[in-house]
Design a protein around this ligand. Structure first.
Ligand code: PMP
Length: 443
């Protein structure tokens, strides 16, 4: 299998530097919150697939819903002049799920990158239909991650995800992230940093001209950028600035939606109502590839009111795929029935406290991230004083030794990231912490 894998299955662009030299592990099966590889070694999946398997791997209701839908209607377009019961039910379920966030319509996609590009395209259409076609630019944050399609790649803040694909979409500007450990202001107080970023955003808007900006996109807690938790004031400040200048606020909830932060959405966590939300991952817990871009009444009305005939085509063959839609309905029912947000909050606290305890023993932990549900991270350094980032070999050693000791964690460039299934138990969190202890000692 390893030889076959090397022959045709392409991985090299999917690995951080540290993993490039190691052949990928072949994961054969998964049960509960654990995965088993081809050699028969099992580990608690502290990554939750890829921040997505909120329900764990054994949810029979979701599996049954998918199987039943395959029997009734395996595919029909729910988009170009036709619809189907499964798609209708899923749209109700997801809009109800985010009703408190002000979301009124769901546009289904096949994943997070699709959802982000849909939101960016709809933002430009919204302004065009609203008589402001010059509003085409986008603002985002430096450590933000919004996918790999052209729009998402253009608003991605991290150069690592951009360089080599340029020229990207013109008119995208990246503001500093609320990242207290390292930032251009050398500001360590989270509330002051939030104010400084808000001031930088006002400057950028004044420079660009508010009347040229379509939308600002942000993750309520940045995931792939290293689990960057902003100050509680941050997203509200961003909302105020957007309101002041007629800029749409897109909350990228691909990771934070559906309970991961301990609240049903990341925006709700910070007490903010966005104009649009982009979702994927937890919407089906990884059982089927689905995403959804949600919009508020304010946005929907522009597309549905007078002048809406001017709206220009956007959609996918698999928008509201009936089998995916059935997976959405079952996943959301299970997410609510099991009250995953509460478990995420409780187990997230346990994980964060455990990481703080590890930092007392392991000098290579430079910074601990998390404390808001089941998103956590460690920034690894070779020297705490100078904050020198750990080298790739050291990172690879931590990753491998943690896995051998019983937990799969995610390797960022200089971060160890965790986003376990939201059904995880206290004992399973302890397993992750014990395995990490061993992994950190190995470096
Ligand atoms: N937005 C965010 C916040 C994400 O974390 C991701 C994926 N990690 C995406 C968008 C892109 O999603 P996908 O990989 O499903 O295209």
């Amino acid at each position: 299998l390893k030889e076959e894998n090397a022959r045709h299955l392409w991985h090299p662009m999917g690995h951080p530097g540290a993993l490039r030299e190691t052949p990928p592990r072949i994961i054969r099966s998964a049960q509960g919150v654990s995965i088993t590889d081809q050699e028969g070694h099992s580990a608690v999946d502290a990554v939750g697939g890829l921040w997505c398997v909120n329900l764990g791997y054994s949810n029979q209701k979701v599996k049954d819903a998918i199987a039943a839908q395959l029997q009734d209607l395996p595919y029909y377009s729910a988009f170009a002049g036709t619809t189907n019961p499964s798609a209708i039910e899923a749209s109700h379920a997801v809009c109800e799920f985010f009703a408190e966030d002000g979301m009124a319509r769901a546009f289904f996609t096949s994943g997070g990158s699709d959802s982000v590009d849909t939101a960016l395209r709809l933002a430009r259409q919204y302004h065009r239909l609203n008589g402001a076609p010059q509003r085409t630019k986008f603002l985002s944050l430096k450590k933000g991650y919004h996918g790999t399609h052209w729009g998402g790649a253009s608003v991605n803040g991290n150069n690592r995800f951009r360089i080599g694909y340029e020229p990207l979409l013109p008119g995208c500007f990246h503001l500093p992230s609320p990242y207290t450990y390292r930032n251009p202001f050398d500001e360590t107080d989270p509330a002051t940093l939030a104010q400084k970023i808000a001031a930088a955003m006002e400057d950028e808007i004044a420079f660009q001209g508010a009347e040229t900006i379509a939308a600002f996109i942000m993750e309520p807690i940045q995931g792939a950028g290293g689990v960057i938790v902003p100050d509680a004031s941050f997203m509200k400040l961003m909302r105020e600035i957007c309101d002041r200048h007629g800029i749409l606020l897109i909350s990228d909830e691909v990771i934070t939606g559906f309970g991961r932060t301990g609240h049903w959405s990341g925006a709700r966590h910070w007490g903010v109502k966005p104009d649009m939300m982009t979702t994927a991952k937890g919407i089906t817990s990884g059982y089927y590839p689905v995403g959804a871009t949600l919009v508020s009444d304010k946005v929907a009305e522009v597309f549905e009111g007078a002048g809406a005939e001017g709206a220009i085509w956007h959609g996918y063959t698999y928008s509201a795929h009936p089998v995916g839609a059935a997976a959405v309905v079952a996943t959301l029912e299970e997410t609510l029935r099991l009250d995953l947000a509460s478990n995420a909050a409780a187990r997230g606290d346990q994980l964060f406290k455990g990481l703080q305890a590890l930092a007392e023993r392991h000098e290579i932990i430079g910074d601990i991230r998390g404390g808001h549900g089941l998103m956590a991270g460690l920034e690894i350094v070779s020297d705490r004083g100078s904050k020198t980032a750990m080298d790739a070999a050291g990172m690879a050693r931590i990753h491998a030794a943690t896995y051998e000791a019983g937990a799969m964690v995610r390797l960022g460039m200089h971060n160890i990231l965790m986003s376990p299934p939201l059904v995880i138990t206290e004992a399973e969190i302890d397993t992750i912490l014990t395995a990490l202890d061993t992994g950190l000692a190995a470096a």
